[in-house]
Design a protein around this ligand. Structure first.
Ligand SMILES: NC(=O)c1ccc[n+]([C@@H]2O[C@H](COP(=O)([O-])OP(=O)(O)OC[C@H]3O[C@@H](n4cnc5c(N)ncnc54)[C@H](OP(=O)(O)O)[C@@H]3O)[C@@H](O)[C@H]2O)c1
Length: 285
């Protein structure tokens, strides 16, 4: 049991009430962060194509607008926007760089010399998946375009210093609006890989975890407690939600290369996402 992410563990044990810019609040992870952060903090959230009440429109490619927004005196900018589907990044590397790397340069230029800290959400796809587990000290060696763009974005922040990169693994759970994960279980069947191992993290735990970690700088990992195949994860979620969807085991796949085993662990803190049983009980409640 890892109670930090439960409402009783929130807000974090700190006096700080930062003013936050949340880039990508209309997304799956950003939506979860919006739900976690808005009750306790002053948050400005952005969307690009999915207009939602309370969010402001921003295209990351509109650099003057991005820079002006970032220079708005925020304590923290949580950057959860960009091109995330691996196949989309693989199909258009230039667009992936435009959306995942270049905006970080613009953000850094905009906040340089100010008190604003950047928190970049990065990914376990910066690793090649050949080790049993990865800590913050392990060398990165991405095998796909998405992973290479996340690595390049990390490099920009690391070169600048004073900012924070939080690497997260596959995220599961229900978002307030975007539902990348559960959408896979929406049809009559869904294919799930038996040869990809992950340590997925439960969406509602990410906001509280970030709030515990956002005074750090450099790189931190926030991983899930349980290690299982994608097939086992999808099957467990299907069972917990009593969905009629048939989860079909598959091996291999077309499209981009995926690291076979991604387990994030930390040497810098002891936080881990909730165990699968606890998370699924919460999801099904
Ligand atoms: N989901 C995961 O399992 C996972 C795992 C590891 C790391 N991450 C990281 O978590 C972050 C969020 O991922 P996600 O799964 O929430 O992705 P998502 O659901 O696809 O959300 C992407 C967000 O980026 C916004 N966006 C896309 N193109 C944009 C543009 N041109 N200008 C401005 N905003 C744009 C989207 O806005 P609209 O929706 O309004 O268009 C949306 O808010 C990413 O940094 C990703 O690398 C996610």
């Amino acid at each position: 049991m890892n109670p930090f992410w439960q409402p009783s563990g929130w807000p974090p044990p700190s006096d700080s009430r930062p003013r936050i810019l949340l880039l990508g609040a209309s997304g799956f992870v950003g939506g979860g962060l919006w739900t976690s952060l808005t009750p306790r903090h002053e948050v400005v959230g952005t969307y690009a194509t999915r207009p939602l009440p309370g969010l402001v429109r921003l295209d990351l490619r509109d650099e003057p607008r991005l820079a002006a927004l970032a220079a708005g005196g925020f304590d923290l900018i949580v950057h959860a926007a960009g091109l995330v589907p691996l196949e989309a990044a693989e199909a258009d590397p230039a667009l992936a760089h435009r959306l995942n790397v270049r905006p970080v340069e613009v953000l850094l230029d905009a906040v340089r010399g100010s008190a604003t800290k950047l928190l970049l959400l990065s990914s376990d796809n910066v690793f090649d998946g050949t080790r049993s587990r990865y800590t913050e000290d392990d060398p990165r060696s991405p095998v796909n375009v998405y992973g290479r763009t996340k690595t390049a974005a990390e490099d920009l922040l690391l070169a600048e210093g004073g900012h924070l990169i939080v690497r997260i693994p596959l995220v599961f759970g229900r978002g307030p609006w975007a539902n990348t994960f559960l959408d896979r279980l929406a049809g009559p069947t869904t294919a799930a890989r038996t040869d990809l191992v992950c340590a997925p993290v439960y969406l509602p735990s990410i906001g509280p975890a970030l709030a515990r970690l956002w005074d750090r700088t450099g790189v931190v990992h926030y991983g899930g407690a349980d290690v299982l195949t994608r097939f086992a994860l999808m099957s467990a979620v299907r069972r917990a939600l009593r969905l009629p969807t048939r989860v079909v085991p598959t091996e291999g796949g077309s499209g981009c290369r995926r690291p076979p085993r991604l387990v994030l662990r930390s040497t810098r803190h002891t936080l881990l996402g909730p165990g699968l049983d606890e998370a699924l009980a919460h999801l099904a409640a």
